[in-house]
Every structure is written in C-alpha cells, then in structure tokens.
Design a protein around this ligand. Structure first.
Ligand SMILES: Nc1nc2c(ncn2[C@@H]2O[C@H](COP(=O)(O)OP(=O)(O)O)[C@@H](O)[C@H]2O)c(=O)[nH]1
Ligand SMILES: [Mg+2]
Length: 257
C-alpha cells in the first residue's frame, strides 16, 4: 500500500466513516490494505469502521480477514460463502455500513488511501466524490477497454464521469436512501452514478494516484469485454453505436448486470 502524504499533515478529523473493501482472492494484499486504512482513518474520522467483504475467496483471504478482525475492533468481516460478484459484495458492505460517509476502494493496494483526505474535503459540498486515476497502471488492453466503456457511457447515458470504474469513491450515506443497487457485477459503478445523476445528486471528481498491482491476479480483467459481449452480435450490426445497440445497453444498465 502506497502512502504519499505525511499523515501529520492531516488534522481536524470530523467525519464518521465506513470504509468498504470488496475482496476476492487477495491473500497477499488484504492485510497491507486494511492496516494502511487502520493507520489513516483515525487521522481523518472521529469514528470509523472497515468492512471487508470476502466474496467467496478460495485462498487464505477469509482467514486473514478474521485475524484482522480479532486484532482491530474497528474491522468487520462479511463473508459470502460463494463468489457473488463485485457489485453484490459492495452492496453487502453498504448495507452494513453505519457511519455518515461511505468510502470504498479495492483490496489490492493499487490506491493511496492517504488521498482519501482530499475526497473528504469535497464531501461537504457534494453528495458523491469520485476519484479518477491520473495515470492508470493497468495493462494496455484494460486501458483501451476502459476508455471505450467511459466514452460509451458518456454517449449513451450522458454521464460525464472521467473514470467511472475507479474504485476510490466517497458517498454521503443519504445517497443510498435513494440509489438502489441491483447490479451484482462490475457495472455497479455505472449503475450507482447513473441513478445519482438522474436524481440530481452533485458529483465532484478528484485526481488520484494509481499503482501497479504487486501481488495476486487481476480478476476484474474483463469487465468491459463482458459488457461488449452482451451487445447485439448480428453480422449486420453497425460498427458505431446506433439506436439498435444503444437500446440493449440501456436495458442492460437498468437490469441486473
Ligand atoms: N467481491 C468481489 N470482489 C472482487 C471480485 N473480483 C475482484 N474483486 C475485487 O475487486 C477489486 C478489483 O479487482 P481487480 O481484479 O484488481 O480489478 P482491476 O483493478 O479492475 O483490474 C479487488 O479488491 C478484488 O479483490 C469478485 O468477483 N467479487
Ligand atoms: Mg486492481
């Protein structure tokens, strides 16, 4: 887990915050991620909790999470007996969250949790503060897929978010009184932001750092190609998005994904 800010610079904690880490086979990363959060959160929040949602990992992730829970009273563990998907894990965490601000990030150490401080500052004026990766440290094909997805979402749904799937987002708790999560998969970010935009919620975007994954494998690798694979595949399908391809996408976004 990277750390760029001097923690002593962070002062006047005033927020109460629930931090959610969905985790799937992160045995080499989860301890570092949770312990980085344990170090930072007392500097930025008066009361806080960390909720790790183990999504049916087959490695030692759950055992490590249980150790962390025994070691740190603020750590809670939700265990999905079997893999239910990223969106389902996020929803489990959000449903269990008890504080005023809800933040989620990945368990794999690709973000700098110290940068949470910047998001908190903006949360006074915005219901949602969404990170965008200044320089995404993922393989080229992932970056190309993500670019395509972001452009498509912007064109089809009119959502002007630079990096919709960036796992560094802060929400006021009240957002989830209105926004309903139905997506069990990786499109959950799109689902949340589409609803929030339609409800007139204010979203601010903040540039955040991103680092290469040091341990374990990416499992969110084919989110975008999964979506593309669900668009019409007829040989007559035009290459550019048209009404025919937009309709199923809209339908997909409004159904379980
Ligand atoms: N709950 C849940 N989390 C997942 C799943 N797949 C990946 N994750 C978690 O989601 C985060 C991002 O996954 P990753 O594979 O690194 O995706 P990438 O960063 O988009 O390449 C990590 O914290 C993973 O542990 C899944 O099926 N269920
Ligand atoms: Mg990752």
């Amino acid at each position: 887990m990277k750390s760029s800010l001097d923690l002593e610079e962070i002062s006047n904690p005033c927020a109460t915050m629930s931090v959610i880490f969905p985790a799937f086979n992160e045995e080499d990363n989860i301890r570092g991620t949770v312990e980085a959060a344990v170090k930072i959160l007392p500097k930025v929040a008066t009361s806080w909790e960390i909720i790790v949602v183990d999504d049916g990992s087959s490695d030692a992730t759950i055992a490590i999470c249980n150790d962390l829970k025994a070691q740190y009273p603020e750590v809670e563990v939700i265990s999905h007996g079997q893999n239910r998907g990223y969106g389902a894990a996020l929803k489990s965490g959000i449903m269990a969250a008890k504080y005023d601000l809800i933040f989620f990030s990945d368990s794999d150490g690709q973000f700098d949790l110290c940068e949470l401080q910047q998001l908190i500052a903006w949360s006074e004026d915005y219901e949602i503060v969404a990170g965008y990766r200044a320089k995404r440290q993922d393989p080229l094909h992932r970056r190309i897929n993500a670019l395509g997805w972001n452009v498509l979402v912007r064109l089809v749904l009119g959502i002007k978010i630079r990096d919709i799937d960036c796992a560094f987002k802060l929400f006021r708790r009240a957002v989830f009184d209105q926004v309903q999560i139905r997506c069990v998969g990786a499109m959950v970010n799109t689902e949340i932001l589409v609803q929030a935009t339609r409800l007139g919620m204010r979203i601010h975007q903040v540039k955040v750092s991103h680092f290469p994954r040091q341990h374990g494998k990416q499992s969110g690798a084919n989110i975008e190609s999964f979506i593309m694979s669900r668009l019409p595949t007829s040989p007559r399908r035009p290459a550019r998005p048209t009404r025919n391809s937009i309709r199923p996408l809209k339908k997909l976004l409004l159904s379980r994904c």
